[in-house]
Ligand binder design. Structure first.
Ligand code: HEC
Length: 150
């Protein structure tokens, strides 16, 4: 019996080390783990996304107060114009248009990067997290080229 328990613990330990279960990672480990973490992203929406209808209302509710023109933007990041969203923040570029699975942004909004859960976990009463459907729309919006004009 003890032998079984020991084996079990050992396998569990190894699994954690290799991150086979794709647990959230530290920001400096994100790049190396992206392929695995990508499996946890919900599917991108299939439809043609409209920024004004599908994306902007959510961003205004949950992101723009911290990442907009009002005050000093958090993480030096603004999301309210295409140019600024593409420029990135203190961690560099987070969106690669056309490539949601290679964009750090996708992992922030799905709580897969420790201390970069967006919106921040402690503020979700005021700034609700995206639903699975909203995440799908945001991923499709990135894949479709990050349009702000439709
Ligand atoms: C209550 C304020 C707040 C809200 C709301 C918020 N964020 Fe953030 N965001 C932060 C802070 C603070 C950081 C910097 C994190 C750090 O340095 O640990 C950050 C960092 C980021 C970054 C990385 C910027 C960089 O390069 O460092 C991105 C991208 C981001 N947020 C996107 C979003 C999105 C998308 C939303 C809405 C779904 C959102 N945030 C909502 C506070 C907020």
């Amino acid at each position: 019996m003890l032998k079984y328990i020991a084996t079990f613990i050992l396998i569990g330990g190894l699994a954690t080390l290799q991150n086979v279960s794709a647990e959230p990672v530290e920001i400096d480990e994100l790049k190396d783990n992206m392929a695995k973490l990508a499996d946890k992203l919900p599917p991108a929406a299939k439809k043609q996304v409209s920024y004004k209808k599908d994306i902007q209302p959510y961003f205004e509710k949950s992101c723009v107060n911290c990442h907009g023109p009002k005050k000093k933007p958090k993480g030096k990041y603004r999301i309210d114009t295409r140019e600024l969203a593409l420029k990135g923040g203190s961690e560099g570029v987070s969106i690669i248009p056309g490539k949601s699975k290679e964009s750090p942004f996708s992992y922030y909004i799905t709580d897969q990067v420790i201390d970069y859960e967006m919106p921040p976990t402690s503020k979700r009463e005021k700034y609700p997290m995206p639903t699975k459907e909203q995440i799908g729309l945001i991923l499709a919006w990135i894949d479709q080229g990050l349009k702000y004009d439709n």
